[in-house]
Write a protein that binds this ligand. Structure first.
Ligand SMILES: [Cu+2]
Length: 296
């Protein structure tokens, strides 16, 4: 489609000019915000890539409009200042210009609509997924349940500053996390790391069913391009398919109380074989743990 190739073209041009990557993804990636970063986090799903292309498209449109309006303003200020134009024109209408400034914005908005609405529906409509993970927001941590895997269930909480600052305590947490994941794990960032991590296989469509046990939270992982409210008494759904293994971080994105900033999200994306191994191991310890926070 013309619109699709146009946006893809814009993305490619921007990638060359600004030097961010749209190419192949490295395995074992780290989905964290970068210091002084001003762009989106590197995409690790098709949704995030489409959001990035759309963002690039909007940036071009915004830039062209801003530059055009500023040039026009400076031209008018200079050309029609009192000295250069002592006798002002008495015109108050110009039909041709009025038609242009009505029709052109309509086409710009149509173009934005044609590229944004399909993306919205692509995200909104959950396709056929391989399995579901139920994510429950609590004040202030997240409970992850795997109803399709014998009800594996655990709650992931923030690793506090004192632990991060104490090498021994930190090593202990890393050892526990390594045991839980069945693979070497390292803590990466205070305010993003949790004691457990949601574990999902790479290249697999996952349905995330979101709920909350107390107040409204929001589950968001920028690298996957997902963010949705977790509302008490209501089931919300989103889906994603991570296309590179690694550790991806997100944060609760709905003001939910005093510790809103202290309930991060950590997702470990592993190979399909490693996921099968993890499920076997986790079943032994966390199946039907019954810690789900509903009605707590
Ligand atoms: Cu929250």
């Amino acid at each position: 489609m013309i619109v699709k190739s146009l946006t893809a073209g814009l993305a490619a041009i921007s990638a060359t000019i600004f030097g961010f990557s749209v190419g192949a993804l490295a395995e074992g990636r780290l989905g964290v915000p970068k210091d002084k970063g001003i762009w989106l986090q590197e995409a690790a799903s098709e949704q995030a890539r489409l959001i990035e292309s759309f963002n690039i498209e909007l940036m071009w449109i915004i830039t062209v409009i801003t530059v055009f309006v500023f040039l026009l303003m400076f031209y008018v200020m200079f050309r029609f200042r009192e000295k250069a134009n002592p006798v002002p024109s008495k015109n108050s209408h110009n039909t041709a210009i009025e038609i242009i400034w009505t029709v052109v914005p309509i086409f710009i908005l149509l173009f934005i609509g044609l590229t944004s609405l399909p993306l919205l529906y692509y995200q909104d409509v959950v396709p056929k997924t391989d399995f579901a993970v139920r994510v429950t927001g609590n004040q202030w941590n997240w409970t992850y349940s795997y109803p399709d895997h014998d009800g594996i269930e655990f709650t992931a909480s923030l690793i506090d500053k004192a632990t991060f600052d104490d090498p021994d305590a930190k090593a202990q947490v890393e050892a526990d996390l390594t045991a839980f994941l069945g693979a070497p794990a390292k803590l990466n960032a205070y305010l993003l790391d949790t004691d457990y991590r949601m574990v999902v296989p790479v290249d697999t469509k996952i349905r995330v069913q979101l709920a909350a046990s107390d107040v409204i939270h929001a589950w968001a992982v920028p690298a996957f391009g997902v963010k949705l409210d977790a509302v008490p008494g209501r089931l919300n759904e989103l889906w994603f398919e991570a296309d590179a293994t690694g550790t991806y971080y997100g944060q609760c994105s709905e003001l939910c109380g005093k510790d809103h900033a202290y309930m991060p999200i950590a997702v470990e994306v592993v190979s399909k074989e490693d996921f099968a191994k993890w499920v076997d191991q986790a079943k032994a310890e966390y199946a039907d743990a019954g810690i789900i926070a509903f009605g707590r």
